[in-house]
Ligand binder design. Structure first.
Ligand code: ADP
Ligand code: MG
Length: 682
């Protein structure tokens, strides 16, 4: 294409854009037209808006926070645009007289302002737009793309070029009968209008069509994986659980809840089937999934089969091992632990014992997937916190056995409808409640200006013998200076407000062994306050941690807030979570915080999250090896989900398909082959 040299091609490729069709699937984020623009005079504070104005003045401002300021003016008023970070870039970008559309949250400080708005330069287009009523697509703005000139406008030039190059229409894989049944426009029209709509209605119609295709691909893929698995027969079958399992039951220091018992029964029934189990055990943080999985491992042991039990962090693997080793040993089940940090000799010893079959349950991290780890008779693979692993990692472990049974666990509760689609190739067991005796966690949200009080509260709690987490969203300030940075906070707090306390720091850029060492110190009460990014989300069981502050809570999704909250409330003392929000807050953010403070059930939270935050983001769809959703929205497109499911069922059930449907199958096969790994990775 014209205008795409090696530099741009490389950056585009990094964003998964390597073909012309990829670019056509890079959909606009929003659209500008007369109806979407607000005159500056009518702006409402704390609401998002788009304005169009001319640069009146611009310059660097020094002061407490260095920033670049741009004054944008329209016939009704003026607003200040503020940029922190990337200052040089902004300095080079703005010229007096340029016309921009800016979209963002309107704030007020000595005047109207927007911090880091989405920008769209419109010098030569504003007239067309305003006068001819055109609708202009605005593409997602990514800083790496912007740096090579692929601003929204740059992308627009490319898409315009593509449509100019097309000499024929894009063939439509959907049979005409389905198009009319589902009331959807054709593919060519939809692709054209998602980029260059003539009316607002066209945008939504096109989006629905493209969303339908995504959901169709997704479900086809899931059905296909399911079908493939039905024909496999595993090399082992289980007997009814017997004396060993009963003896182990007596080692468990508590009584299983009814939900745990049901989950266990489902798992055992599935293990006894001649085909391999693929089961998802989900239940929120602290619901007690581990004991269920460990019992399943004992069932395997009783059948003379080994279990590989993989956890995402060393500390978690170690915790499982420490908790269960002796209890297992008491009933004659040998367990082992394999971590990368062990000395080579130790690793070899564990691996050899495992290969001989002397170890029945091997706990470990991703260290388990290395080639030197072999099993004599791997029968069951358990993957804890599955979303922390890539499909490939899970697959490698799975491949060490002869069609072993698979149990994967996640603490992200998934609404049922969605689970059926996303994990259609898995059976599902759910633990919806928590074990008895847990004290409810008090959750409040406060604005940052009450911080003194909040810190005092933390201090009181520590004096009373508790420990605290303070969670921050980012590890440094490069993205936005307004955000607290965990490193900086650590400096400040350890020398200032919490000088007389022991502080620890963990974040994702620390080496795993350092991170684990700090977590261990925290667990052993050698640290009073643990400052961290969201890496604590998956982690240790520290019943003595009774307080959690979540800084910039407005930045987190509901599910993530809830997940973080699960770190406290594990002991006999009442715990408190304080979500610290930094205004200005959007209406949506406030809603989210209110909901968070008022709800404790992970499934309610998951449903709400889906509604508030929308599509793909929530469930890391891409990570699961499933196609990314660009146009579809699980929360609002349930009707499309159903229609697409109907089409897929037709494809898989009909004996003879007519030509149009065969085309569709060919098309879906091609898209599915690119990602030929299902969730279980087997
Ligand atoms: P998760 O589902 O998040 O993995 P865990 O399995 O780590 O949760 O369990 C959390 C805590 O609850 C553990 O300390 C565990 O010992 C305890 N627990 C699990 N089941 C029960 C139960 N039925 N009664 C009492 N405590 C339980
Ligand atoms: Mg767990």
């Amino acid at each position: 294409m014209k205008g795409v040299g090696p530099a741009r091609a490389a950056v585009l490729a990094e964003h998964g854009l390597t073909t012309v069709y990829d670019l056509l699937q890079y959909y606009p984020r929003h659209y500008l037209d007369r109806t979407s623009v607000t005159p500056i005079r009518n702006l409402k504070i704390n609401a998002s808006a788009t304005i169009i104005g001319q640069v009146r003045a611009h310059g660097m401002l020094f002061g407490k926070k260095k920033r670049y300021e741009v004054m944008l003016e329209d016939p009704t008023g003026a607003i200040m645009l503020l940029f922190f970070g990337g200052l040089r870039f902004w300095e080079k970008t703005f010229k007096k007289g340029q016309v921009y559309a800016a979209t963002g949250l309107v704030g007020y400080f000595l005047g109207l302002q927007m911090v880091h708005p989405d920008l769209e330069r419109l010098d030569d287009e504003s007239d067309k737009m305003v006068h001819a009523g055109r609708i202009i697509p605005v593409y997602p703005q990514r800083s790496e793309l912007t740096k090579v000139g692929l601003t929204s406008k740059g992308i627009r030039k490319l898409t315009t070029q593509i449509f100019g190059m097309l000499s024929e229409t894009i063939p439509d894989p959907l049979p005409p009968a389905e198009l009319s049944r589902c009331k959807l426009p054709g593919l060519h029209a939809s692709v054209t209008h998602i980029h260059y709509p003539e009316t607002r209605e066209q945008i939504e119609q096109s989006r629905r069509r493209l969303a339908f295709d995504e959901l169709l691909q997704l479900q086809y893929y899931v059905f296909r994986s399911k079908g493939a698995k039905d024909v496999i027969v595993k090399g082992h079958s289980y007997a009814e659980p017997g004396a060993l399992v009963r003896r182990f039951g007596k080692e468990i220091p508590f009584v299983l809840t009814d939900e745990q018992k049901i989950a266990l029964r489902e798992i055992v029934a599935d293990l006894r089937q001649p085909r391999p189990m693929s089961r998802l055990l989900h239940g929120e943080v602290g619901s007690g999934k581990t004991v269920v999985a460990v019992t399943a491992a004992v069932v395997a042991a009783e059948n003379n089969l080994q279990c590989a039990f993989m956890a995402p962090t060393e500390i978690l693997a170690e915790q499982h091992y420490r908790t269960w080793h002796d209890r297992l040993a008491n009933v004659g089940v040998e367990s082992g632990l394999l971590l990368s940090k062990l000395r080579p000799k130790q690793k070899t010893a564990v691996a050899e014992a495992c290969a001989r079959g002397d170890i029945s349950i091997l706990f470990g991290t991703h260290a388990l997937i290395y080639d030197y780890v072999q099993f004599a008779r791997l029968g069951l693979v358990v993957i804890d916190e599955q979303h922390r692993f890539g499909v490939e990692q899970r697959g490698k472990l799975y491949a060490k056995g002869d069609s072993p049974d698979l149990l994967i666990m996640t603490a992200t509760p998934i609404p049922r409808t969605l689970a059926l689609t996303l994990y259609g190739d898995l059976s599902i067991s759910t633990i919806a409640g928590l074990p008895p005796g847990r004290l409810p966690i008090r959750t409040v949200w406060r604005t940052a200006d009450t911080r003194d009080k909040i810190y005092q509260f933390v201090e009181d709690e520590i004096k009373a013998g508790g420990q605290a987490y303070i969670v921050y969203p980012l590890i440094d300030k490069t993205e936005n200076q307004e955000l607290e940075s965990v490193e900086e906070a650590f400096e400040q707090l350890s020398q200032g407000r919490f000088k007389s306390y022991r502080l620890g720091l963990i974040h994702g850029r620390l080496a795993a062994d350092k991170r684990d060492a700090t977590l261990e110190q925290f667990r052993d009460k050698k640290i009073d306050i643990l400052l961290s990014t969201t890496v604590v989300e998956v982690g240790i069981d520290n019943p003595n941690a009774t307080i959690m502050l979540i800084e910039h809570a407005e930045r987190f999704g509901l599910a993530q807030l809830h997940q973080l909250r699960g770190r406290v409330g594990r002991g006999p003392r009442k715990s408190t979570v304080v979500a610290v929000a930094h205004p200005p807050l959007s209406e949506l953010a406030e809603q989210r915080l209110e909901f968070f403070a008022a709800h404790f059930n992970g499934f309610e939270i998951a449903e709400a999250d889906l509604m508030l935050r929308g599509p793909g983001e929530v469930y890391g769809i891409r990570q699961a090896g499933l196609p990314e959703l660009r146009a579809a929205n699980f929360a609002t497109d349930k009707d499309l989900l159903d229609s697409a499911r109907g089409v897929v069922e037709k494809l898989f059930s009909t004996g003879t398909l007519d030509g149009a449907y065969k085309n569709l199958v060919n098309y879906l096969e091609t898209t599915a082959q690119g990602r030929d790994v299902h969730l279980g990775g087997g």
